[in-house]
Design a protein around this ligand. Structure first.
Ligand SMILES: Nc1nc2c(ncn2[C@@H]2O[C@H](COP(=O)(O)OP(=O)(O)OP(=O)(O)O)[C@@H](O)[C@H]2O)c(=O)[nH]1
Ligand SMILES: [Mg+2]
Length: 453
């Protein structure tokens, strides 16, 4: 049912000053009136102090603040009551129990936002952004989610949709009068309009790799010979002593993964076992794990020590061959620069760092953010970005259809048939915004939501 009254705790359980409970659906005010003394609908959207009582035992549960949001001016678009109780484990749970006894049921995960979508309060992209904003772990993620929540991406998609419809209108004459040689709209104008909208859709689709990376964090794998200072650098980027550091080559055996925010961007840092030919069984397993991470990396931070540690097996050609095999772009660093012999010239492609003096670390962070998120940095926060596989796939479908339109046109297929591809392209954008959304798509979008969202 999509309108029955539902209730859930909107804040996490645990010790806190206040907790917020939401109640939404047809009859939500009746339910609230059975538990709140006094209960008043007016003035709407105004918090009022009340006692919350159990509707059957009449036992006082808490002293609360309650606000009523009559439909359609509420988060869900339905009648909604927001109740602030005292926090902790017991009080909010008992308040929810009282509301359940008064005739509601517990919301399923994401059900409030799902109702907001079905009632047209949010589109699907905004609903996803709501979850992303809550999950944001870095400033860049928060800005991106907020921009989507404010309809930055939705507006761009609507503009693209309007351009596709205009293109369709341009060829309407050819559909109506297929026998005429040249309609009132020149072929060039149609081509220009097609090219413009095609490029704009392709441009948006091109933000997908970094956009998806922004949601998940860039996988940055720190690799290099044993004893090169990888774990030391991992700790320095993380800001705490997570990985064990010793002067013994082969200290790190297993890969260690941790979330880090670098220059405001999210990274999944991985420290790996130093790469060398080893006969030690455990170390060999660790090196195998390193290779697997390297295969999945978005970016590799390759370390070589200025004091020559671990250099024997890693001359330049071995390193270059290794990096070429990895596939991901690499940032090269020369570690332990405080130990360097200053008379020797350093190759210009490498950034010199030291975790002892802190030299080069700020520059390294900038380079990492640039390497992993350069496109996002250059387009800034104003341009919309797509951040999910769902977005990317819909745009690719829109692009394929608009290209199919052009092929059909150049191959002399009649205008009405070619125009069906434009329709399909519009349809792909509609699916993305969530104009008409089938249940299974909604199920997938809301699968990761928690109860109370
Ligand atoms: N002077 C100096 N010593 C460093 C620096 N970075 C690391 N070291 C030292 O180098 C040694 C090896 O450092 P680790 O960070 O454990 O090196 P690793 O690459 O993780 O080594 P494995 O895990 O064995 O592959 C330790 O004794 C560190 O204290 C640095 O910037 N300056
Ligand atoms: Mg290590």
């Amino acid at each position: 049912m999509l309108s029955d009254p539902i209730v859930a705790l909107a804040t996490p359980p645990g010790r806190s000053a206040v907790a917020v409970i939401r109640l939404s659906g047809a009859g939500a005010f009746d339910v609230a009136s059975r538990c709140l003394r006094p209960f008043s609908l007016t003035p709407p959207r105004t918090a009022r102090r009340a006692h919350l009582l159990h509707p059957i035992t009449a036992e006082l549960v808490d002293d609360v603040l309650a606000a009523c949001f009559p439909a359609p001016r509420s988060y869900t678009g339905q009648d909604l009551v927001e109740i602030s109780t005292h926090g902790g484990l017991l009080v909010p749970a008992e308040a929810v129990a009282a509301l359940l006894a008064a005739g509601t049921r517990l919301a399923t995960p994401g059900e409030f936002t799902r109702r907001a979508v079905l009632n047209g309060k949010l589109d699907l992209v905004q609903a996803e952004a709501t979850a992303d904003l809550i999950d944001a772990g870095s400033p860049a993620q928060r800005r991106q989610a907020l921009q989507q929540l404010e309809r930055g991406l939705s507006r761009r998609l609507e503009a693209l949709r309007a351009e596709l419809l205009e293109l369709e209108a341009l060829i309407a004459y050819e559909i109506d009068f297929p026998e005429e040689d040249e309609g009132p709209v020149g072929a060039e104008r149609v081509q220009r309009a097609w090219r413009a909208v095609r490029d704009r859709i392709a441009g948006l689709a091109a933000t997908a790799p970094e956009g998806e990376r922004l949601r998940e964090g860039a996988l940055l794998v720190i690799a290099g010979p044993p004893n090169a200072g990888k774990s030391s650098l991992f700790n320095a980027l993380l800001g705490n002593e997570r990985a064990i550091v010793t002067e013994i080559p082969g200290t790190t055996r297993d890969a260690i993964e941790a979330h880090a925010v670098v220059e405001g961007f999210p990274f999944r840092l991985v420290d790996t076992a130093g790469l060398r030919e080893s006969t030690d069984r455990v170390e060999k397993l660790g090196i195998e794990v390193s290779r697997r991470y390297l295969g999945a990396a978005d970016l590799i931070l390759f370390c070589e020590a200025a004091d020559g540690a671990g250099r024997e097996e890693w001359d330049r050609s071995v390193r270059d061959e290794f990096l070429a095999c990895c596939g991901a772009p690499a940032v090269l660093v020369e570690t332990k620069i405080d130990l360097a012999d200053h008379s020797s010239a350093r190759p210009p492609d490498r950034l010199a760092v030291s975790v002892v003096t802190g030299a080069g670390l700020a520059e390294l962070k900038r380079r990492l953010a640039e390497a992993a998120f350069g496109r996002l940095l250059s387009i800034g926060d104003v341009e919309p970005v797509v951040t999910r596989a769902r977005h990317r796939m819909a745009l690719q479908r829109a692009l394929a259809e608009i290209d199919a339109f052009w092929s059909a046109r150049t191959e002399g297929v009649d205008a009405a048939a070619a125009a069906t591809h434009l329709r399909a392209s519009v349809g792909a954008l509609d699916d993305l915004i969530g104009v008409v959304t089938p249940d299974d798509v909604l199920d997938r979008v809301f699968a990761s939501f928690c109860v109370g969202k």
